[in-house]
Design a binder for this molecule. Structure first.
Ligand code: BTN
Length: 322
């Protein structure tokens, strides 16, 4: 109901009041129940002006990723159809995994405003300060083999770059396999974890962490935030997250079409900053050095050694040499 009321208030042109009578009639609720919901929204931090005989007007929204705010005018079918929200979590990955094990549907989204044990790839920590970033985990259940699941990392990376361009006008790049880079610094990352039993994928949890409104002074030298890239101007996290979810849905559906993987890989190539460079890939103590020539249909990186031999790597830490 809160989503419906917000939808309603947002539909009205700014500065215009909408009568309580009209809202309650359209939403088929009593005036008393509307009043209770308006009070709930005010308690959650919404600025809502209420004037007798005129009605209600939305004046301001809080900087929170409330599920009813994210669902408002989201217009996706799958992604975000259930949203779990936490002011503080250890890691959204663990919560999403638990929900998936309990049978939560595809598209279930877990959001946290802060994480105490946010994690990245290769056991690294993901710094997750409160209200500054976007920290999400998404449950998907694609009809894919474990090998194809890494295409979901590509889908996520492309979707992040598209959303950053659309909402913040930032040109971000993808460093294989999962880093989102802007101005040569890390802006975000993707962590893909899957549960595969007897050859098939039971579910995949996609974790996305983005530095959004972090002050540059609070970030390590190798990291940046959307805000830093916008010369210190804060960015609306709700808008960015909604656009990301819409892009994720579009690209996930595209992936499942005929030639979908090729289309996603084409998009990925247009944002990538790894191909054509000399790279060192370190994985499980082994080091592979050469030129990154392409990615294959499963999302693996193809590296041409100086001997001319082309090898495929599916995971690892990549250093761009020059
Ligand atoms: C990486 O760059 O290594 C991946 C970082 C992924 C971080 C996100 S934040 C939301 C989700 N929960 C976690 O604990 N990790 C992912």
């Amino acid at each position: 109901m809160l989503t419906a009321i917000l939808d309603f208030l947002k539909k009205e042109k700014a500065q215009e009041y909408v009568s309580g009578e009209e809202i309650s009639a359209r939403l088929k609720i009593s005036r008393q129940s509307l009043w209770k919901h308006i009070r709930e929204l005010k308690e959650a931090g919404y600025g809502i002006a209420a004037v007798p005989h005129l009605g209600y007007r939305l004046v301001s929204s809080p900087d929170r990723l409330f599920p009813f705010e994210i669902s408002s005018r989201l217009n996706t079918r799958v992604i975000g159809r259930r949203i779990f929200y936490f002011e503080e979590a250890s890691s959204t990955m663990d919560l999403a995994r638990k929900l998936a094990m309990e049978g939560s549907c595809e598209g279930t989204l877990v959001l946290a405003e802060a994480q105490s044990s946010g994690r990245g790839r290769l056991g690294r920590e993901w710094f997750s300060p409160k209200y500054k970033g976007i920290y999400l985990s998404l449950i998907l259940s694609p009809k894919a083999s474990p090998g194809q699941a890494s295409l979901l990392t590509l889908v996520s990376a492309v979707s992040i770059c598209e959303a950053l361009k659309e909402v913040a006008d930032i040109k971000a790049h993808i460093k294989w396999p999962n880093d989102i880079i802007s101005a040569n610094k890390k802006l975000g990352g993707i962590l893909t974890e899957l549960d595969a039993s007897s050859g098939g994928v039971r579910f995949v949890v996609i974790g996305i962490g983005l530095n959004v409104n972090n002050d540059k002074k609070t970030l390590p030298a190798s990291a940046t935030s959307v805000r830093e890239q916008k010369n210190g101007l804060p960015v609306n996290r709700v808008e960015l997250l909604q656009e990301l979810l819409r892009r994720l849905e579009k690209n996930y559906l595209l992936l499942q079409k005929q030639n979908g993987p090729e289309s996603i890989i084409d998009k990925w190539r247009s944002y990538n900053m790894t191909l054509g460079r000399r790279v060192k890939v370190v994985f499980k103590g082994k080091c592979l050095e050469g030129e990154a020539v392409d990615i294959d249909i499963g999302g693996g990186l193809l590296v041409r050694r100086d001997s001319g031999l082309v090898e495929k790597v599916m995971a690892g830490d990549v250093v761009h040499c020059r």
